[in-house]
Design a protein around this ligand. Structure first.
Ligand SMILES: NC(=O)c1ccc[n+]([C@@H]2O[C@H](COP(=O)([O-])OP(=O)(O)OC[C@H]3O[C@@H](n4cnc5c(N)ncnc54)[C@H](O)[C@@H]3O)[C@@H](O)[C@H]2O)c1
Length: 694
């Protein structure tokens, strides 16, 4: 059998001198030079038994030169030289270049700014001959098309997502006859699907995390002999069953720097593959404008690209000269396929990004062919104002809400729910010709700057309440609209009378809730109890549990809450005030409802429609201790509406307030306390207002 050739570099200057991967953390200056030399020598002797080994002279000051896998990628007599991502390794490049040139290789170099780390991130499949290429930490996705073109290979891009496995060869090892040793959690879902599509199950050998962190995948295979640092017995047996021999040799000194057997070697005679050159990598130019740095918008956008399996290259960055000035960035976003790119672009459009190359490209409209079902790649709306480019103009989308579809009729575009789609409706698809409009974050901050989610201290709650009181007053004075969404806890915590006061004093223009808040409020009005508890004394009333059902029964007898109020049976409370003041309300049913009350909508589609109608035109929505109804309302509400979420559970508040807009505010506190403070502050704001206890 033909002897293979490898390149190694003696560890004369090996040390852990800096931290560029998680393995190096805590190991700076902790590696032992004599032990490293001994371990390297043993590996060298083993490899030499099975293959020829060439040596490159180590250069002082470049400790990682020992990891020759990162010198470049050799295919036949060509080498694509590495262009290291970290400056700590960039000084190795000239030494490797010199060595390859001296050996007569044709040296190919990527353009500046495109990182590539050689055979550490580019591994030939030993069965079919395509090239698996990693990206995400060191090598950039943008390097992949060059490899495909220069080496005439089909390149399959794999997205690395676990920083411990920062190079492809730390978690992925193609073996003879198309076998693959790999650690699946190191890759994103898309990459795992790609691997599964290309490698049949009987050839895939997934390793455990324990084996992965022993660098079992960082193995050198020479004619069915696998050389690695360590491997569990079970993994060794599995490999033996399919005809491989495993040799383990301690390389712990090198693991301190994040490398083992494979990293310490570079194969010099990869065979030529006769497959057509191909790399699916596709890219679009995107521009983003706003307070990129102070508002974290840029970090968020870049995270969305990399988390989504893409990569980026900055084309142009203009930073505003003064704090209020907006900044602008244009960047190329690349992804391994069109579908992945579209997902990323959708996420960026949600952030306010524009497709710089296709700004004036018309939206793509596809007809609905089945009622209630949209075409596959329909655009999913967000809470942000959206415009589409259609018939040579930008058109503002009406009835903005999240999780809807945009339907275009003539020059009108409207958000519509999936279930309302009719056959023939024209639906916006893809990513072209769509933009969302975000107010600069700073502007919003000034307006409602006190509002941050996760409010906790009492003083902080007081401050927030003060601001909400101020806002409520302003909305009332200008004839605006405040909507309250409330759960039954509002009543249990003694907040009922305060909410009734707000309604009576004209601060609430619509009330949304479920069956329970109404039943509890009416029970309190009739019996002074809520679920049988005397709220004034905080004690359970004997037989009080019946009050709940008796209340429901009584209202059912009258036919509606309104009828009971008009008959003089209900004389106080939230719903009494609503009916007296003509404040509309909607009660949405749920599976746990008792009764229900006649007004409770058990048809949820009808309830959703009623909620949506009452929310329309709202300036502010107060969400009081109901996760279910608040989430429902949040999904229907466009950006620009101030949302105040009050809940005792910080997790609920974070979930509700986290809409990526500063107009949402979380207040973590008891809802009864919140309402009493709010009413007190409104009282202090005074003037034509005088407070009566409900
Ligand atoms: N008998 C009935 O008919 C009945 C009884 C209860 C609920 N329901 C129905 O069930 C559905 C869900 O009910 P829900 O909205 O109460 O439940 P939910 O779980 O959606 O929300 C309750 C929220 O209140 C919060 N909370 C608890 N104590 C609080 C306090 N002291 N201060 C502030 N927040 C506090 C919780 O953290 C939770 O997020 C509704 O449709 C409701 O009408 C019906």
């Amino acid at each position: 059998m033909k002897r293979l050739r490898y390149l190694m570099c003696p560890p004369d200057h090996y040390q852990v001198n800096y931290v560029i991967n998680p393995w190096m953390e805590g190991n700076v200056h902790r590696s032992s030079q004599p032990q490293a030399v001994a371990q390297w020598q043993r590996l060298y002797q083993i490899v030499k038994q099975y293959a020829d080994v060439e040596l490159v002279t180590p250069a002082p000051g470049w400790p990682d030169m020992v990891f020759t896998a990162n010198a470049g990628l050799v295919v036949n007599q060509q080498v694509v030289l590495s262009r290291f991502y970290h400056p700590e390794r960039q000084g190795e490049q000239p030494y490797f270049r010199e060595w390859f040139q001296a050996q007569g290789y044709q040296v190919l170099e990527l353009p500046e700014g495109i990182a590539f780390e050689g055979a550490g991130d580019a591994l030939l499949d030993r069965g079919a001959g395509w090239l698996w290429c990693g990206y995400g930490f060191r090598t950039m996705l943008e390097a992949h098309p060059y490899l495909a073109k220069w080496l005439s290979l089909e390149v399959l891009s794999l997205h690395l997502i676990d920083k411990r496995f920062y190079h492809l060869d730390t978690c992925f090892c193609p073996l003879s006859d198309g076998y693959l040793l790999y650690y699946p959690p190191a890759f994103d879902t898309y990459s795992n699907h790609l691997i599964e599509r290309r490698i049949p199950p009987e050839k895939r050998i997934p390793v455990s995390e324990a084996d992965a962190i022993r660098f079992a995948c960082n193995a050198v295979e020479i004619n069915r002999v696998i050389i690695a640092n360590q491997m569990s017995t079970s993994l060794q047996e599995r490999l033996q069953q399919v005809g491989f021999t495993v040799i383990t040799t301690d390389l712990s000194e090198f693991i301190k720097a994040g490398g083992a057997a494979k990293c310490l070697t570079l194969r010099l005679d990869e065979p030529v593959a006769a497959v057509p050159a191909m790399a699916e990598v596709t890219k679009r130019l995107v521009s983003l404008r706003g307070h990129l740095v102070d508002s974290n918008l840029l970090t968020e956008a870049l995270d969305r690209i990399t988390d989504g399996g893409g990569s980026f290259q900055i084309e142009r960055l203009h930073l505003g000269a003064h704090r209020p000035d907006p900044s602008e960035i244009q960047l190329w976003v690349s992804a391994p396929t069109e579908a992945v790119l579209d997902d990323i672009l959708n996420n960026l459009i949600d952030l306010g990004a524009r497709l710089a190359d296709g700004m004036e490209t018309p939206v793509r409209l596809e007809p609905v062919t089945q009622a209630g079902v949209a075409p596959d790649d329909f655009y999913v709306t967000t809470i942000y104002p959206t415009e589409i480019y259609h018939q040579d103009r930008w058109i503002r989308v009406q009835k903005q809400r999240m999780d809807a579809v945009i339907v275009v009729e003539g020059l009108t575009a409207t958000c519509r729910l999936l279930r309302d789609l009719q056959v023939g409706d024209l639906v916006v698809c893809g990513v072209d010709g769509i933009r969302t409009l975000h107010k600069p974050t700073q502007e919003r901050g000034q307006e409602f700057g006190f509002m941050e989610s996760g409010v906790s201290s009492e003083r902080r709650v007081e401050l927030v309440v003060e601001e909400i009181a101020w806002e409520l007053r302003r909305i009332r004075e200008r004839g605006g609209k405040t909507v309250v969404v409330a759960g039954p806890v509002t009543i249990h915590t003694g907040g009922g009378p305060h909410l009734a006061t707000l309604i009576r004093e004209g601060y609430v223009q619509a009330l949304l809730g479920g069956n329970a808040i109404a039943v509890h409020d009416l029970e309190q009005s009739l019996y002074g109890t809520s679920l049988g508890v005397d709220l004034a004394r905080g004690r359970t009333v004997k037989g009080g549990h019946r009050h709940h059902l008796k209340t429901i029964n009584l209202i059912r007898r009258y036919g509606s809450i309104r009828a009971a109020v008009e008959a003089g049976v209900i004389k106080s409370g939230i719903f009494y005030e609503c009916i007296r003041r003509g404040v509309p309300f909607s009660l949405a049913g749920s599976i746990r409802d008792d009764g229900p009350l006649p007004e409770t909508r058990m048809d949820l589609l009808q309830a959703q429609a009623e909620y949506a109608q009452l929310i329309e035109g709202a300036d502010m929505i107060l969400m009081l201790s109901t996760m279910l109804h608040s989430i429902g309302v949040g999904n229907m509400t466009p950006a620009g509406v101030k949302l105040i979420c009050v809940d005792i559970n910080p997790a609920v508040v974070t979930k509700l307030a986290d809409r990526g807009s500063l107009e949402s505010v979380g207040v973590v506190t008891d809802v009864g306390l919140f309402l009493s403070l709010l009413v007190r502050h409104l009282q202090q704001l005074g003037q034509p207002y005088h407070l009566r206890a409900a």
